[in-house]
Design a protein around this ligand. Structure first.
Ligand SMILES: NC(=O)c1ccc[n+]([C@@H]2O[C@H](COP(=O)([O-])OP(=O)(O)OC[C@H]3O[C@@H](n4cnc5c(N)ncnc54)[C@H](O)[C@@H]3O)[C@@H](O)[C@H]2O)c1
Length: 346
């Protein structure tokens, strides 16, 4: 009943939006045929919506007896991923910065899935101290780690620094997850076959590794720093894949699609309110919702055909082409050495 109402409301929206567009742009040439024009445009809009909504992962794998750790699981893609892992019977560890929001999300997940094995732990990826404390506690108290999902991310923030003095986007998106993964590797190896899923982005294609100024000390661009951090995610996949050969642990990267979440919360331009209003119709037609945005992560984490697949890049629940730069072994190794040096010393 609720679903039917939601479909009816969506149809009504597409119809009204088509009529509005036709009314605004009408030239008089089809003035007698506005009903046909509205109908035609409604169909086109629905097809666009269906195309950009993306696939739903259909695999039936269960996670009973398995443990999944997801960073940034209190909102957006992370929360929807956590929900799906809970539905499949997994023990889900939500590693989050904001405990109040995380506990609210946990209550929602338990209510919806009736799985009570959902746990919240404090993790701030902008602090190596917090990451070390989290991992020490995790390694001492948790018996298993079957799937690690490096999902948390920050996008296009103003120039900020982590607790350890690193530029915030590469600090959280790459260096934080690099340390976290290294400290959890033994547990993953003990539980092999196990998986590491790194949520990168299509934006890695626009990234350049500025090794002389990784922390943007000399000049900072919010988009540039984000793209660099997402390319760093892909180089992390590359370097880690080689180190994990023969261990039964796989690592893959992915682009979740353009997803309507709170990720753009730091992005401020001329007028945020006007921008949000202008963005709304674009989001409705060209962005996935968070549920659909989580599907490629779920696929990479669960699909049984990927048991031994490592070092790949996925989008829309299938393999996709990553940027050539992400296959550059020299850069992957250089970033690995720098990341080890930066994270070991603190
Ligand atoms: N939304 C998109 O269109 C899109 C596109 C490509 C890639 N991604 C990637 O998907 C991932 C999830 O993003 P989302 O869209 O769900 O956005 P989101 O903002 O809803 O979720 C990001 C999560 O990361 C957490 N986080 C941020 N900084 C943190 C820190 N210092 N310590 C711990 N957690 C921290 C946030 O609290 C939040 O829970 C990100 O890595 C993002 O780069 C998103």
């Amino acid at each position: 009943m609720a679903l039917n109402l939601s479909i009816m409301l969506q149809l009504l929206w597409h119809c009204c939006f088509s009529f509005l567009l036709i009314y605004i742009f009408h030239t008089g040439s089809y003035s007698g045929h506005w009903i046909i024009a509205t109908f035609g445009l409604t169909v086109i809009l629905i097809l666009i919506r269906l195309h950009f909504a993306g696939p739903t992962y259909k695999g039936l794998e269960r996670l009973d007896g398995k443990t999944v750790l997801i960073t940034g699981a209190n909102t957006g893609i992370g929360k929807e991923t956590a929900k799906e892992m809970a539905r499949r019977g997994g023990r889900v560890i939500m590693a989050c910065r904001d405990l109040d929001k995380a506990n609210q999300a946990k209550d929602e997940i338990i209510k919806e899935t009736e799985n009570h094995k959902i746990f919240v732990h404090k993790l701030d990826l902008a602090s190596f101290k917090s990451i070390r404390e989290f991992c020490k506690n995790f390694n001492e108290t948790e018996e298993r780690l079957d799937i690690l999902i490096n999902n948390a991310g920050i996008m296009m923030c103003p120039k900020l620094k982590t607790e350890d003095g690193l530029e915030m986007q590469i600090g959280v998106n790459h260096f934080g997850h690099f340390l976290l993964t290294n400290l959890l590797l033994d547990k993953l190896k003990q539980c092999s076959p196990s998986r590491i899923v790194i949520v990168s982005s299509l934006m890695h294609m626009f990234g350049q590794m500025n090794f002389d100024d990784l922390n943007s000390e000399r000049s900072y661009g919010a988009v540039r720093a984000y793209s660099q951090s997402k390319l760093a995610n892909m180089l992390h996949v590359r370097a880690l894949m080689k180190r994990l050969e023969g261990t039964g642990v796989t690592v893959n990267g992915l682009h979740p699609g353009s997803v309507d979440t709170e990720l753009l919360r730091h992005f401020k331009i001329f007028s945020w309110t006007i921008f949000k209003i202008l963005l709304k119709p674009i989001k409705i037609y060209f962005f996935k919702n968070a549920f659909k945005g989580a599907q490629t992560t779920i696929y990479a984490a669960l699909d049984s055909s990927l048991e031994t697949v490592s070092g790949k890049y996925f989008s829309d629940c299938k393999p996709a082409s990553a940027s050539k730069l992400s296959f550059n072994d020299e850069d992957a190794e250089r970033l690995w050495q720098i990341s080890e040096k930066i994270t070991q010393g603190r």
